[in-house]
Every structure is written in structure tokens, then in C-alpha cells.
Design a protein around this ligand. Structure first.
Ligand code: GLU
Length: 492
């Protein structure tokens, strides 16, 4: 079997969209699965809309997601000459022809078709011009486009889509379509095929939004005497109102960079994106890279559109809840050393990073992350909800302040008393801190919960979290004593 060759050919006209990332992933998975190659080709022929910034964003987004490519990036504009040469070849072999019809003529025919309620298609006026007629028009330097000469066969044109099955149309339904504009610029439809032929692409996995091109592209492959690749068209990703997800209507959440900024683990986002349009057929949702490569197949790509379950302005979920749940899974189960590497930039950004976390405080750092990660949703939470573990200025949430501190005036004295006892302990361990706190509650004849909850709020600013005694030991005697002694400040 010949090598499978896949491509990801984004148009660099914006950020890397999660739909684009999903396309890249499917191609990457299939290349990996079949031991093939992935080619990155930037389709930058739209000079007005393509930007350097976008190219950079796409490449950085792919690198962040860990989607590596074997060849490229190639740039479509570097191959302009190829596109023109292919159009010339089609002209020469009489598989295409010059069309001199003016816009006015075509518009008039279109309107007439509308008036008669018939569907308009180019009527082939210039298809049968004699050599003499063509020569005369050329001599008069009349502008022309180049049209592809769709074979007029009494047959059905079809291809076997790996996802959707047989896709077909009668040859007679396909009009002679334009492949080169009157400016001499080849159309995207042709460039895309010429590049895929040159790059020896064996499989084209792309969104169903490109299907309008596919039958015509099949004709181009045949006319250029190149093998037609295998096509697999993926479902679209729609929002809850069944509209395409876009930056204009959904904002930043459709950009891969948004997830990077908000503390997603790259593979967690990939894992979520793969499920958005593919399923193994069982309930498995969590896949390692290797498991995903193993499980992936084109045949199991969904036929129907996938839903990106996001409600604008949702106070609870800032993106699809499933994406968050998958991220939580990885956050809570990945080796803690890997989490530490990923948390570092987020702590740095908030000035909470200490280089000793990679040196003498490494053990403490890893233990801390391990203790607090179970309630976190994203990597950013370590620098926000986890602030009290890394510095002394941390916010105290309103709810626990009221419930655990202000409601119990006595804590003003009790917590400093406890601080003194903690200071005097020989050893500051799980057992000693717990026993000391319980003994104090017994002596004062109050419920231990009052001391423990008050302590949680004074030491972490929060209502809930890991076991309080674990927290005390991790935060350390010095800081705990200081925070308990200064509880009075919370009443001001
Ligand atoms: N450049 C196209 C896009 O970004 C991809 C076309 C294709 O996959 O054939 O949508």
C-alpha cells in the first residue's frame, strides 16, 4: 500500500478556530494511525484577507495542541505558476475553454431563467466556438474567463465519501464552471486540487461546508489525470440554535487561544474536539493520544452535525460543560510533575512564581498542587483560587466571611489562642494540629466545626477545599500562625 498523505490547509484569515483545530486533529490522527504524513499548507491566495498574524496564530495553536506536521508549512502563493500551468494544460487538452461572455449577457440569461422559474446554469455559448471565432475575439482582446468543459455524459458522476457514502450528481446538472478569472487568476477550487496533486494527498478530511466543491474537484482530478483522493467530509459544529459557531456571534470561545489563555490542558481540548464529531461507539470519552490514534477511524465520524453546547452569558460554564469536565479529568489525574510545568506560566503571570519551586521547595510545590487540584477546573485556578497557598495577600470570599467568621464574634479571641498553641507545638503535623484544634473546642465548649470553618476562612479565604488539617500542614506553621493571629482584621 502506498503511503497515506494528509493535509491541513487553513486559510490564514483569522485565529485558529476550534473547528479548524478539529479538522487538523482528524487529519493528524489518521496520518498517525496509518503511519502516513501530515502536510501543513497555508492557503494564502486571498491576499486581502490573509495576514502574517493569522499564520503565526495557526502555527502556535497547532504547536500548543501538539498537532505536529511532517511537511510544510507550504504556502499556496508560492505555487501560483503551477496553478496557471494546470489551467493552460486543461485549455491545451481541450478540457477547458475560453469564455468571452460578458457579465451583462450572463446576467440577462440568469434573469430570464428566474422569470421562467428554471434553474440557471451556464448554457455553453462559448463551449462550441470555432477556432476562427476564438481567434477573432482574441485579436479584439476581449476579456475572457476559462471554464472547465464538463464532459457531457449521460451518466452519473459520483465519489464514495468515507463518512457520507455515495455522493452523486448527473453530469448534466453540473455547469461548465469557471477555473480562471478574467484577471488571469486561477480560482481557489482549481488551486486546491493542483496543490493536493502536487503534495500527493491520498485522503482529504475536511468539513461538510466544502462539499459544494467536491464533485467539480473530482472532475478536475480526472481531467488532470491524477488519482482522486479519498474524501471524508466531517459534520459541522453548530451552536444550540443550530447556527455555525463563529467569532462574530460567540466571541473568543471559538478560538483555540482562548482555551490556552484560560488554562486548558492541550490534550484535554483535543480530546473534547475529537468527540465533537466522532465516537468509538461505546461510552468511552477519555482517550490518551495513543488510545485515540488506535480507536480513530474515518467510518465512525458522525454524519450529523455536532452541537457545541454553550450558552452565552452562562454564569456557571464559560464554555461547553463537557470541555470543562474533560479538562478537570486531566487536571486531576495527570502526573503532578506535568501539571507543575503547565501551572508555572499562570503563577508567573500573577507574580506568584518562586524559582525554588523547581529547587529546594519542589517537593512542597508538588504536594501543594496535588492537594488543591481536586476542586479546580482549569490551570488558571491555581493562580486565583489557589492564591492563599502561594502568597499572603489573598481575597476572602463574602459568603464564608459572613458565615464562618462574622457570625462568631468569639473567633476574634479563639483563633489567636489557637495560633499561640500552634506556635508552641513541638511538631506541626496532621495529628498535632487536629488534636490541638479539637482540644481547644472542647475546653471552650464549642463545636469543633466553628473553629475549623473559621480557620479555613482565615487561612484560605474560602468556603470549601481540601481537608483543613492537610491545608494547615501544607501552608506551614509560620503562615498559619500569622493568619490566625490576625483574624481581627477580617471584622473591620
Ligand atoms: N482553506 C480551506 C479552509 O480553510 C480548506 C479547504 C480544503 O480543506 O480543501 O477552509
Amino acid at each position: 500500500m502506498t503511503e497515506t498523505r494528509l493535509r491541513f490547509p487553513p486559510s490564514p484569515t483569522g485565529y485558529l478556530h476550534i473547528g479548524g483545530a478539529r479538522t487538523a486533529l482528524y487529519n493528524w490522527l489518521y496520518a498517525k494511525k496509518t503511519g502516513g504524513k501530515l502536510i501543513l499548507r497555508i492557503e494564502d491566495t486571498d491576499a486581502e484577507r490573509s495576514t502574517e498574524e493569522s499564520i503565526k496564530g495557526i502555527i502556535e495553536g497547532m504547536e500548543w495542541l501538539g498537532i505536529d506536521w511532517d511537511e510544510g508549512p507550504y504556502f499556496q502563493t508560492d505555487f501560483d505558476a503551477d496553478h496557471v500551468a494546470s489551467a493552460q494544460k486543461l485549455l491545451k487538452t481541450q478540457k477547458a475553454y475560453k469564455c468571452f461572455c460578458t457579465k451583462e449577457e450572463l446576467d440577462a440569461k440568469r434573469q430570464a431563467a428566474q422569470a421562467n422559474k428554471t434553474t440557471y446554469g451556464y448554457d455553453g455559448t462559448c463551449r462550441n466556438l470555432s477556432a476562427e471565432q476564438i481567434a477573432r475575439k482574441e485579436a479584439a482582446q476581449l476579456p475572457f474567463v476559462i471554464r472547465f468543459k464538463v464532459p457531457r455524459r449521460d451518466e452519473i458522476l459520483s465519489y464514495d465519501d468515507k463518512v457520507l457514502g455515495q455522493i452523486k450528481a448527473a453530469y448534466s446538472e453540473i455547469e461548465d464552471f469557471v477555473i480562471v478569472r478574467s484577471t488571469g487568476k486561477p480560482l481557489y477550487l482549481l488551486c486546491n486540487v493542483v496543490d493536493d496533486i502536487r503534495d500527493r494527498i491520498s485522503h482529504v478530511i475536511r468539513g461538510q461546508d466544502h462539499m459544494t466543491n467536491t464533485l467539480r474537484q473530482v472532475l478536475l482530478y480526472e481531467a488532470l489525470e491524477a488519482p482522486v483522493p479519498v474524501f471524508a467530509h466531517m459534520p459541522l459544529t453548530l451552536d444550540l440554535k443550530k447556527a455555525k459557531i463563529s467569532k462574530r456571534s460567540h466571541g473568543e470561545i471559538v478560538a483555540v487561544q482562548f482555551y490556552q489563555k484560560h488554562g486548558f490542558i492541550p490534550w484535554a481540548l483535543s480530546n473534547f474536539l475529537v468527540l465533537l464529531g466522532w465516537s468509538s461507539g461505546d461510552d468511552t470519552e477519555i482517550y490518551s493520544r495513543e488510545e485515540m490514534i488506535e480507536a480513530f477511524s474515518l467510518e465512525r465520524i458522525n454524519k450529523s452535525n455536532s452541537i457545541f453546547n454553550y450558552r452565552k452569558g452562562d454564569a456557571k460554564f464559560f464554555t461547553d460543560p463537557k470541555a470543562i469536565a474533560i479538562n478537570e479529568h486531566y487536571l486531576r489525574t495527570m502526573p503532578i510533575e506535568e501539571i507543575a510545568d503547565m501551572v508555572k506560566p499562570f503563577l508567573k503571570e500573577k507574580n506568584l512564581w518562586d524559582s525554588a519551586y523547581e529547587g529546594e521547595k519542589k517537593e512542597w510545590f508538588l504536594q501543594t498542587l496535588n492537594l488543591i487540584r481536586n476542586r479546580f477546573h482549569t490551570l488558571t485556578d491555581f493562580a486565583t483560587l489557589g492564591r492563599a497557598y502561594f502568597c499572603d495577600e489573598f481575597p476572602v470570599e463574602a459568603k464564608p466571611l459572613k458565615k464562618n467568621i462574622l457570625k462568631h464574634e468569639g473567633l476574634k479571641e479563639w483563633l489567636p489562642m489557637l495560633a499561640k498553641r500552634y506556635e508552641a507545638l513541638d511538631e506541626f503535623t496532621l495529628e498535632t494540629v487536629e488534636q490541638t484544634a479539637r482540644d481547644l473546642a472542647t475546653e471552650l465548649d464549642i463545636k469543633p466545626g466553628i473553629i475549623i470553618n473559621g480557620m479555613r476562612t482565615a487561612v484560605t479565604g474560602q468556603l470549601a477545599g481540601p481537608s483543613m488539617f492537610d491545608i494547615l500542614v501544607i501552608i506551614g506553621r509560620e503562615r498559619v500562625v500569622r493568619r490566625l493571629s490576625e483574624v481581627e482584621k477580617l471584622y473591620q
